[in-house]
Design a protein around this ligand. Structure first.
Ligand code: ADP
Ligand code: SF4
Length: 689
């Protein structure tokens, strides 16, 4: 069943005293649940164990209360009380023979300690470096603090062992872990034996690994996650210095876990980073050590994975996002079902769950973090309910996922699409600059649906209420999408504003339909996700001069949560796009727009030839409204239910649409739960008074 080309990925390999059953290594990744939703996180990891991963790690686990990264929600191992929660996690990870790993983090100069109110301790005294620019500084560790910190690591290692883990990862990458802070000149300004030469800067990590090996090294493997390049040249921990460090400390950890410098670089979205983007930084490090190496690079192709192992670049294939998009990736490779792999699209929506302290979702895998909360298995649907047929209207991400998942449950599904292609907004957006990988949302579902005998797809089928009532399907799922508004109404303007009819006005839909503005185009972005920035790129490609005006403080502001805002600004600036931040558009004249400052009364005109309004989207819910108005005819037509889902219900990112489609399919024919909560959750246990 398995293609021999992939055999190398299934060779067991030792990591210190323990052995991984294969080379599929789920590196630590956040999920927005952490200590607040431990059972949800544990079940998510269990699904990966079932899906065949050889190594499964937790997200970062704060190992001492003197270093925590509130408001972000990760795991905590501050005292014995935390052990049961972590034991549940390791139990689930090990259910199918995977090794269970815990990542211990002491955040140092990254931990503002907003919750514990402790004074942050760092390698050198510096302002706290986080996403939130907290007005807090850390004090430098003195010698007795360093002794304490070594002991705290040993305590955390002993607790990790008691919690059932096989592996400990010491976090020193992405600028987040204390080990990197010691190693890098940017964060280590010490003049004692812990600072200065590389040997001195390596002292702390040598001491901690030696301490931990003495304490638990007979039964647990110790891995070290270090940055491949801090990307600030000689001022920081450069790739050349990383190589010197590995060579000097050849066999220090039981495995080297190599990750790009900043988190933004390491987890770059597909818009800015290709698969295996870190290969050049990793290549050759293998020769400097006798220990195995794991590296990442949003690997979704088994051919690339096998090549990485075969050519000696990596021993283990590290995956975070690919394991989120498809927890069953290893199993599918093993069973020769490559075409069933649900490839990560590199949109970084999963990361937004962490950044917004909510709970993560995944565009490709709507079951992510719902495995426990809703009992959604990533590969298996619930059994079919009482009814038998469903008409799905609209083949965008919502309609496609509903169709795929309904067919999986055993319903007969008719998918009616007004256009001549499937994919809805994704079929259009995948053609925009940098978004081609997003097309995988369609490709995966297209193939899955093509394998189902119980789905019929009809193109050129813009159905209305009359035809739907005539067909008489038992259930009707309306996923007819949304269109960009033409009147600029969004957040700054809640009602239309003065606009001269002589000005050429465009929406993103117009451009995706092939319209080509010319001359100087002002983009008014009051949407704040990716579309405004992508449209700016497209217009520059078409030869326009572009000014992007936004009431926000950042271009494509919400992409701060997808770790790409800085890249978007950089790309637009390099393309010559003029960027006007903190400004709205208060009026559109025949040859200009009037921009207004968000904080003062000041306004000024910008001469232009056209305006592109990236404002908000209007639900395409007319057919639904017509059907609701004729509800008394449903019974005679044999219709039991009509439901509106996805962008047609409330426009949002693509991940919201696939989630809506999946939820529809899961809940069809389900018992009415009335006012009950539709998901499980955990709440804090009250202490005895
Ligand atoms: P979502 O993101 O919610 O899936 P999209 O806008 O991507 O929404 O997709 C909606 C799809 O529905 C589009 O492909 C569109 O052509 C199709 N559609 C819209 N109205 C109708 C209709 N009345 N009958 C069939 N298909 C429709
Ligand atoms: Fe990949 Fe996007 Fe899913 Fe994250 S949300 S795993 S980037 S598809």
């Amino acid at each position: 069943m398995r293609d021999q080309r992939y055999d190398v990925l299934f060779d067991p390999m030792k990591i210190g005293p323990v052995t991984a059953k294969n080379r599929f290594y789920q590196v630590p990744h956040c999920n927005g649940g952490g200590y607040r939703d431990p059972s949800a996180a544990a079940e998510m990891r269990r699904s990966k164990a079932e899906g065949g991963w050889g190594v499964i790690f937790t997200e970062q686990c704060e190992m001492h209360h003197t270093s925590e990264i509130t408001p972000f929600i990760e795991l905590r191992l501050w005292e014995d009380k935390d052990i049961p929660m972590l034991r549940r996690m390791s139990d689930r990870m090990k259910e199918h023979g995977a090794l269970a790993g815990i990542q211990l983090a002491y955040s140092g100069v990254n931990g503002p300690n907003l919750y514990s109110k402790e004074v942050p301790l760092a390698v050198s005294a510096q302002p706290i470096r986080t996403f939130t620019n907290d007005p807090v500084q850390a004090r430098a560790l003195d010698k007795s603090d360093i002794r304490d910190l070594r002991r705290w690591f040993v305590n955390a290692a002993l607790r990790s062992k008691e919690a059932g883990f096989d592996l400990i990862c010491l976090y020193g990458a992405h600028g987040f872990g204390i080990f990197q802070h010691f190693l890098s000149r940017a964060t280590n300004h010490r003049s004692d034996e812990y600072g200065g030469s590389l040997e001195n800067r390596s002292r702390f990590v040598n001491e901690v690994i030696s301490d931990i090996k003495d304490a638990v090294g007979d039964t647990m493997g110790i891995t070290l996650r270090v940055s491949l390049d801090e990307t600030i040249g000689d001022l920081g921990f450069s790739n050349a210095e990383v190589r010197d460090f590995v060579e000097m400390n050849r066999n220090l950890p039981d495995l080297w876990d190599l990750a790009q410098g900043t988190w933004e670089d390491c987890s770059g979205p597909s818009r800015f980073k290709e698969e295996a983007a870190q290969e050049a930084l990793v290549r050759g490090i293998h020769e400097l050590t006798d220990k195995p190496i794991v590296g990442v690079g949003r690997f979704t192709s088994p051919d690339v994975m096998a090549k990485m192992v075969r050519n000696g670049t990596l021993d283990f294939i590290g995956c975070a996002r690919p394991s989120i998009a498809d927890p069953f990736l290893p199993k599918k490779v093993e069973e020769g079902r490559i075409e069933d792999i649900r490839e990560c699209i590199g949109c970084n929506i999963c990361i937004t769950g962490d950044m917004t302290m909510s709970i993560s979702r995944c565009t490709q895998n709507p079951t992510f973090m719902e495995e426990w909360r809703k009992g959604w298995h990533p590969e298996r649907m619930n059994t079919k309910g009482d009814s038998s047929s469903v008409l799905v209207l609209g083949a965008g991400p919502a309609g496609l996922e509903a169709t795929r998942a309904l067919a999986e449950r055993g319903y007969d599904v008719a998918l009616a699409e007004a256009g001549r292609a499937i994919g809805g907004r994704v079929a259009r957006e995948r053609l925009l600059p940098g978004l081609s990988a997003w097309g995988r949302v369609v490709d995966y579902r297209d193939y899955q649906i093509s394998q189902k005998p119980n789905v019929e797809t009809y193109f050129d089928s813009a159905l209305d209420a009359d035809s739907i009532l005539e067909f008489g399907f038992e259930n009707v799922c309306i996923a007819t999408g949304a269109k960009w508004r033409r009147d600029g109404v969004a957040r700054q303007h809640v009602v239309p504003f003065p606009t001269d009819d002589h000005m050429s006005l465009f929406t993103p839909d117009d451009l995706m339909d092939g319209a080509s503005p010319t001359g100087h185009v002002v983009i008014y972005d009051d949407d704040h996700y990716y579309m405004g920035g992508v449209m700016a790129e497209l217009l520059v490609q078409k030869g326009c001069t572009v000014t992007l005006v936004t009431p926000a403080a950042y271009v494509s502001e919400w992409t701060l949560n997808t770790l790409e805002q800085h890249e978007i600004h950089r790309r637009l600036a390099r393309l010559g796009v003029m960027i006007e931040l903190n400004r709205g558009v208060s009026g559109i004249g025949k040859d200009h727009v009037i921009t207004n400052c968000m904080f003062t009364d000041q306004s000024r005109p910008i001469q232009c030839d056209a305006v592109l309004l990236v404002s908000s989207r209007q639900e395409n819910n007319g057919v639904y409204a017509d059907l609701v108005a004729r509800q008394e005819e449903w019974a005679d037509a044999g219709i039991k239910s009509v439901k509106l889902i996805g962008d047609a219900n409330a426009p949002g990112p693509i991940a919201w649409a696939t989630y809506a489609g999946h939820r529809y399919a899961r809940e069809l024919d389900a018992e009415d739960i009335g006012d009950a909560l539709p998901f499980r959750r955990e709440i804090t246990e009250l202490a005895a008074e």
